[in-house]
Design a protein around this ligand. Structure first.
Ligand SMILES: Nc1ncnc2c1ncn2[C@@H]1O[C@H](COP(=O)(O)OP(=O)(O)OP(=O)(O)O)[C@@H](O)[C@H]1O
Ligand SMILES: [Mg+2]
Length: 290
């Protein structure tokens, strides 16, 4: 009884927290994006913090050209995920503007904005149903042929063909019959079929082995071709070919440039890179190597 009471209390706390949460700001839809946005992203003097007493992102400006791949690196807690959360408008800015194709994203409906953005996150979320339906979830009106095309482009087809029931294989919600890498590949296929103008990959290959990572990387390349992408990665080997690398620390972009430029500059990125490839004892994730 004591145990049940305890867990009921914990649940009640979470429920009340949700009920007490601030209402999302109401939408004033003033503008629309073109059907096929080019993915030109501008941050104009953006400031944001979760907690007013702890400033996080202050006066950040950034311009990303259509089709470019931007890698965001930096220690844990630097604000990398926060930055991409702001693009998705999960939170409102304290100051400044974010423009997508020249349109202030606060003038768009959240549904329209998010319809243009595809996200692949660290933990792959799958639902109870067939593999086919799980891929189709990215765009519900996709045909069977389009599903298979997306699967082929993202290396999913290879392992699905080995399953006795192929695309009709039913997976459980926790997808225990699939490996972590296979699950991530499935969510990449899902983003592929949605064909978004803007792609956000937050630690999308963090939990797979190196061989699978190579496959996932090839899948990602197919996905990143001619669309703007934000890639967050702790493993620097995965983002060397990005058009721009942003090195973040404490909510600020401390360095910006290509891999070669940042290596030549010999700053924070250089140290982080050295630490990773020297196989240094210190975890590069905690910032102690920076
Ligand atoms: N929902 C939230 N409410 C309050 N504070 C938050 C919230 N999410 C993140 N933070 C805080 O904001 C800071 C930046 O977090 P963020 O998730 O952007 O880091 P990150 O760079 O993505 O780190 P990691 O590499 O570990 O993913 C951290 O100090 C974190 O504690
Ligand atoms: Mg993060």
């Amino acid at each position: 009884m004591a145990n049940m009471l305890q867990s009921a209390l914990a649940s009640a706390e979470r429920t009340l927290e949700l009920l007490d949460a601030d209402e999302q700001d109401t939408e004033t839809v003033r503008e629309h994006l073109p059907e096929r946005a080019t993915g030109h992203v501008v941050f104009e003097n953006v400031s944001f913090s979760y907690d007013p007493s702890e400033p996080l992102i202050a006066d950040l400006s950034l311009e990303v050209q259509p089709g470019h791949t931007v890698a965001i690196v930096g220690p844990t807690g630097a604000g990398k995920t926060t930055l991409v959360n702001l693009i998705m408008r999960f939170y409102e800015l304290n100051a400044g503007r974010i423009l997508l194709d020249g349109v202030d994203i606060t003038g768009l409906s959240r549904a329209e904005l998010r319809g243009h953005v595809g996200m692949v996150l660290q933990d792959a979320w799958l639902f109870n149903g067939s593999l086919r339906d799980n891929i189709r979830y990215g765009r519900l009106d996709a045909t069977d042929d389009e599903v298979i095309e997306a699967a082929k482009a993202t290396m999913v087809d290879r392992f699905v063909r080995q399953l006795p029931e192929g695309y009709d294989t039913i997976i459980e919600e926790n997808a225990s019959s699939l490996s972590a890498g296979e699950r991530q590949l499935l969510t990449i296929a899902r983003a592929f079929i949605a064909n978004p103008s803007l792609l956000i990959l937050d630690e999308a290959t963090s939990s797979v082995d190196t061989r699978t990572e190579l496959l996932v990387q090839q899948a990602m390349q197919a996905l990143r071709a001619d669309r703007t992408s934000f890639v967050i990665a702790h493993r620097l080997s995965t983002i060397r070919d990005a058009d721009t690398i942003l090195m973040m620390q404490n909510g600020r972009i401390v360095e910006q440039g290509t891999h070669e430029q940042l290596m030549a500059a010999g700053g924070a990125y250089f140290s982080l890179y050295q630490a990773q490839f020297a196989g240094a004892e210190t975890s590069v994730d905690d910032g102690s190597a920076v």
